[in-house]
Design a protein around this ligand. Structure first.
Ligand code: MG
Length: 385
């Protein structure tokens, strides 16, 4: 089998899909994207594509090494995201060729359901977030994530701390102690303020604090981690196993959040998870992206023992075909069951779950080309999750 062509598709709202075509007619799907940089990553994908044309797509590790280690300049969000999406597509081809889901090729399932967390949705007031928390908890989510503030000064006022605590306390009261609620600081706070905020928030038992400081300085993250009992999470802006090494060695975080579309792909994130396992740390893959990225995450989650919870913002509504009752869709959540479509059969291991036994995913996953939805540059907002 040989790779014949790489095709990129800009898809609303800010996604970039990749199709890797082969001479045997098998097409692999991937999602190579940095939020807000769809055109940039697409250019990188096509530059890498010059190497891939004519290659056997099933030599995934070999191609990963050639694209990453074989280059003088490597790493970073653009090149690693291009590599990640290509790697996902090569797994999709290999899974389709073997007739097996990818998790089966990476050790097999260690769980039957994938716990996902929901994002609280805001409105005009913070009361909207509280209402969103109630709605999500009632819908069956047992894990949620929220932000609490925008900009923070290096040393800020007691009012900022009090407001953040007041907000989180309201969410905690709304959902009760049975629901985990993580907080994303988005790297907006200084070490000094993150220490102060974490101490004030501790009585309300956040599930974790994500990116309490920016990721460039791991020692700053260590300062925060040593100051609080709240688990620290980071990783959406780290790339490859080398990017996570220092975080683990210094035990700066106990929850790693590699992004399967940024950190190097499915197998690279599996390796990062194995590194984390040595430090009794968990992974909670970052995924504010599209349905192909989420499908790739679910493959990793299904076969990774130290998986904690999966981020998601969409289950592909509007892009995934509805599951037909008469199709081969599973009647249970067991990952071994075949789903209806080719992409689904190889990539979606199971339904997602909110851990109250309710299935959340309702679609099979044949990504369809929606020409009317193509955009010139993906989304320019660069919104982080
Ligand atoms: Mg985040």
């Amino acid at each position: 089998m040989k790779i014949t062509r790489l095709e990129t598709l800009f898809v609303s709202p800010r996604w970039l899909f990749l199709k890797v075509h082969t001479d045997e007619g098998i097409v692999g799907l991937g999602e190579p994207i940095v939020e807000g940089r769809a055109q940039t990553v697409a250019a990188a994908v096509h530059e890498i594509g010059r190497y891939l044309i004519g290659q056997d797509p099933r030599r995934i590790e070999h191609h990963w090494q050639a694209i990453y280690r074989g280059q003088f300049y490597r790493g970073g969000p653009v090149l690693c995201s291009a590599l990640s999406g290509i790697e996902q597509a090569l797994w999709d081809i290999t899974g389709k060729w073997l007739g097996q889901p990818v998790y089966q090729l990476l050790g097999g399932a260690v769980r039957d359901r994938i716990r996902v967390y929901g994002h609280l949705k805001g409105g005009a007031t913070f009361g909207d977030y509280v209402e969103s928390a109630k709605v999500s908890a009632d819908a069956g989510f047992t894990a949620l994530k929220t932000g609490l503030f925008d900009a923070v000064q290096i040393v800020d006022t007691p009012a900022l701390v009090e407001k953040a605590v007041e907000r989180f306390a309201a969410i905690r009261e709304a959902v009760g102690p049975e629901v985990d609620v993580g907080i994303d600081f988005h790297g907006r706070s200084s070490p000094a303020m993150s220490v102060r905020l974490a101490q004030a928030l501790e009585p309300y038992h956040p599930m974790f604090i994500e990116e309490p400081v920016l990721p460039e300085n791991v020692d700053a993250l260590v300062t925060v981690a040593r100051s609080t009992s709240i688990p620290i999470a980071t990783g959406e802006r780290l790339f490859t196993k080398w990017g996570f090494r220092e975080v683990l060695e210094k035990q700066a975080a106990v929850i790693l959040q590699p992004d399967v579309s940024h950190a190097g792909g499915i197998l690279e994130c599996k390796k990062i998870a194995a590194m984390a396992e040595c430090y009794y740390a968990a992974i909670a893959p970052h995924c504010p992206l599209g349905p192909i990225a989420l499908a790739a995450c679910l493959q990793l989650d299904a076969c990774t023992p130290n998986f904690l919870v999966q981020e998601h913002v969409t289950l592909g509504e509007g892009y995934l075909k509805s599951r037909s009752r008469s199709s081969t869709a599973p009647s249970s959540c067991r990952p071994g069951r075949a789903w209806a479509s080719n992409w689904t059969r190889t990539h979606w291991p199971t339904s997602t779950t909110t851990a109250r036994g309710r299935r959340r995913a309702s679609g099979t996953a044949t990504a369809r080309s929606r020409t009317g939805k193509r955009r010139s540059a993906g989304d320019a907002s660069g919104e982080r999750r």
